[in-house]
Design a protein around this ligand. Sequence first.
Ligand SMILES: Nc1nc2c(c(=O)[nH]1)N[C@H]1C(S)=C(S)[C@@H](COP(=O)(O)O)O[C@H]1N2
Ligand SMILES: [Mo]
Length: 220
Amino acid sequence: MSDDQIPDDSKLTTSKRRWAAEGKFLTGRISRPETERLPPGQHLVKNWPVLDLGQQPIISIDSWRLEVGGLVETPLDLNWAAFQALEQSATVSDIHCVTTWSRYDNKWKGVSTRDLLDLAMPKAEAGYVMLTSYDGYTTNLPLSDFAAEDAILATAWEGLPLTRDHGGPMRLVVPHLYFWKSAKWLRRIDLLPADKAGFWEKNGYHMYGDPWREQRYSED
Ligand SMILES: Nc1nc2c(c(=O)[nH]1)N[C@H]1C(S)=C(S)[C@@H](COP(=O)(O)O)O[C@H]1N2
Ligand SMILES: [Mo]
């Protein structure tokens, strides 16, 4: 068999190469000097407060699913075993909540959003992401921010399984945006052509939510 035969998966290979070549992943993260570590209007806490809509869903590992749909070449419907079989990553990042608390140096383990996107392969028209959680919560962000280098689909915090109150068994962590973008109990990721408001965004929170520009509310 010769090397120059076109493989069966040529379509996937081509689109994966195109996705990588576009370098979309590289545009989302702005690195900031250490002196600006604490964003304006924030104060540091040592504990980790719990904030949500008040209903903390109980999701057994057996029934857990993560779906990825919308503008992707390969829609995904992963069960827990399939998710655990993906490459596992570790990150350390700061939390900035719009209610003014920040918490430094949180150690996360899970699947990087980039590794998940490498599987699903966003189409060229995909520019935004809508996240939907098991409690009915939704939130939106640009694809390039979702794909930030340190964004992670976290299953562990400080070496222990993520507890239910903080979004276990799996939550998103996008550290460079206010923490309301980091959906707990994540169940579905949809790639969209245009931005669409999620739960808090429909209720007056900012569509983007950059802590360093204090984008707390839509008028900020
Ligand atoms: N599914 C879901 N995710 C959510 C929320 C929610 O109500 N439901 N609240 C958001 C808000 S407003 C914040 S500040 C953080 C809080 O995460 P924590 O409780 O782990 O601190 O989760 C975000 N993710
Ligand atoms: Mo929040």
